[in-house]
Design a binder for this molecule. Structure first.
Ligand SMILES: NC(=O)c1ccc[n+]([C@@H]2O[C@H](COP(=O)([O-])OP(=O)(O)OC[C@H]3O[C@@H](n4cnc5c(N)ncnc54)[C@H](O)[C@@H]3O)[C@@H](O)[C@H]2O)c1
Length: 245
C-alpha cells in the first residue's frame, strides 16, 4: 500500500459488508479518511474493524437522511472528495410472477438511492471543483439475468445515470464512473442455490467467482490521482470474463 489516497475524505455506502467493506479497508490502507454508512447496525463495529473514521446507520433510500449526512460531513470535515455507492439488495423472481412491491423495492434501493447519494455529494464536490464518484453497478446491468429483471434494470439505470452525470460534471472537476463486477463471493450471493453457482462458475472464462478484495483495487484506481484522472463515465468490469463489452 502506498498512501495514494492520503487525506482524501471518502464516504462509502454499504460499508458494513462485502464489496463496500473491502473498499473501505483498502481506502484506509491507502491513507483516506473514511466514513462508512449502512442500514445494518453492524456498520458501527465494522468501522472500528477496518479503521474507518466513522460508521453510521443510514437507510440510503431516505432522502432527508442522505442530505443530512452529507451536510454534516461537509460541516465537520470541510468537504467530501470521494463517494462510493456500494449498498444494494438482490432478490430473485421470474418476471411473470414478480409482485410490484418487489420491483419497486429493488428500484428504490439499487437505483433511486444511488441517485440520492450522487446528487447530495455533487453539491459540495462541484462547489470545491473536484471530486470522484464511484457507483457499484453489476455486469447484469449490461447482459440481464434470469429472474433478475428488477435488479438488472436497476443496475442498467445506475450505468446510464453514471454516464449522464459524468457528462454534466467532468468539465467542473467531478469524475463519475461505475464498477460492474461479475459474481463475487459475498453475503449477497451466499443465499443463491448451489446449482446456479456451479453452472455460473462453469460459464466464466476464469472459472471462478471473484472476492471483494479483488474489486477494491478498481475503486482505489478510480479514486486516485493520476490513476483515475482520465476515467469519465466509464464502466470498469472486474467480472471473471463474464461480459466483454
Ligand atoms: N456480490 C456480487 O456478486 C455482486 C456482483 C455485482 C454487483 N454487486 C453489487 O455490489 C454492491 C455490494 O454488494 P455485496 O456483494 O457487497 O453485498 P452485501 O450484501 O455483502 O453488501 C450490501 C450492503 O448494502 C447494505 N444495504 C442494503 N440496502 C441498504 C439501504 N437501503 N441503505 C443502506 N445500506 C443498504 C446491506 O446492509 C449490506 O451491508 C451491491 O450494489 C451489489 O448489487 C455485487
Amino acid at each position: 500500500m502506498s498512501d495514494i489516497l492520503k487525506g482524501q475524505r471518502a464516504l462509502i455506502s454499504g460499508g458494513a459488508s462485502g464489496i463496500g467493506r473491502a473498499i473501505a479497508s483498502a481506502f484506509v490502507a491507502e491513507g483516506a479518511d473514511v466514513t462508512i454508512v449502512d442500514r445494518d447496525p453492524r456498520v458501527v463495529d465494522v468501522a472500528t474493524e477496518v479503521g474507518a473514521t466513522r460508521g453510521e446507520v443510514l437507510d440510503a433510500t431516505a432522502e432527508d437522511g442522505v442530505n443530512g449526512l452529507i451536510d454534516r460531513l461537509v460541516t465537520d470535515d470541510g468537504g467530501l472528495d470521494v463517494l462510493v455507492c456500494s449498498h444494494g439488495i438482490l432478490t430473485q423472481s421470474p418476471a411473470v410472477e414478480m409482485p410490484i412491491s418487489q420491483w419497486r423495492e429493488t428500484i428504490d434501493i439499487d437505483l433511486t438511492s444511488v441517485f440520492l447519494l450522487n446528487r447530495a455529494a455533487l453539491r459540495p464536490m462541484l462547489a470545491q471543483g473536484r471530486g470522484r464518484i464511484i457507483n457499484v453497478a453489476s455486469q447484469l446491468g449490461i447482459k440481464g439475468g434470469v429472474s433478475l429483471a428488477h435488479y438488472a434494470a436497476a443496475k442498467a439505470g445506475v450505468i446510464a445515470m453514471t454516464k449522464s452525470i459524468a457528462l454534466e460534471t467532468a468539465s467542473q472537476g467531478v469524475l463519475v464512473n461505475a464498477i460492474a463486477p461479475g459474481p463475487i463471493d459475498t453475503p449477497m450471493v451466499a443465499g443463491i442455490d448451489d446449482d446456479w453457482k456451479r453452472a455460473k462458475r462453469a460459464e466464466l472464462p476464469l472459472g471462478r467467482f471473484g472476492t471483494a478484495e479483488e474489486i477494491a483495487p478498481t475503486a482505489v484506481l478510480l479514486a486516485s490521482d493520476p490513476g483515475g484522472n482520465l476515467f469519465v463515465g466509464q464502466v470498469l468490469g472486474p467480472n471473471s470474463g463474464d461480459v466483454m463489452p
